[in-house]
Design a binder for this molecule. Sequence first.
Ligand code: GTP
Ligand code: MG
Length: 195
Amino acid sequence: LFAGPVDFLKGVVAMSGMPPADRMEVCFAGRSNVGKSSLINALTGRKTLARASNTPGRTQEINFFTLGEERYLVDLPGYGYAEAPVAIVAKWQALLKQYLSGRATLRRAFVLIDTRHGVKAVDEEIMKLLNRSAVTFQVVMTKADKVNAATREANIAQVQAALVKHPAAYPEIIITSSEKGEGVETLRAIIAGLV
Ligand code: GTP
Ligand code: MG
């Protein structure tokens, strides 16, 4: 587990509500239901810290968690969720874009991609935004327990091919399963090692 304690700090619905940018942070971005909140729970060993749910659109605010006194972990609302009311989706997306492009202390964005589905057009949009904003991002593939070996290899290759276009992409992809624990220690070590 992480060296320091992890606690929920606050949920933010507008840039004006952000905590002061006084320490490094990493965020978890990805399509709705990809497993962002579950991954934060797996990383912290706290099953109910971030609210996970089978209903897409579960996380509706930008949730800040303190990791010791030196870092924030940030759980983002998902993108690409078509069923929510248009006005609400537009509001989240605007906030998400402002956050991803304008947070000075954002050290790395983890872009989560479902191992079953690979990179979709909406993921490309987010990667382009991160690229334009010069935010280093790293792909984390989720729900690896749900695919067979052939699909896994094919979708890893598809992601690798997509990353070539993005200079802000960190080349190493991490394959995870929050359910089975695969890759969780690797990701934890990466976060702990960021300075
Ligand atoms: P939003 O907040 O709605 O954007 O979703 P999210 O990306 O935070 O996803 P969340 O963590 O809520 O997980 C969505 C669903 O996928 C839940 O039912 C989780 O239990 C399930 N899930 C997440 N990670 C895994 C995994 O590694 N393996 C399996 N089998 N299921 C997972
Ligand atoms: Mg969530």
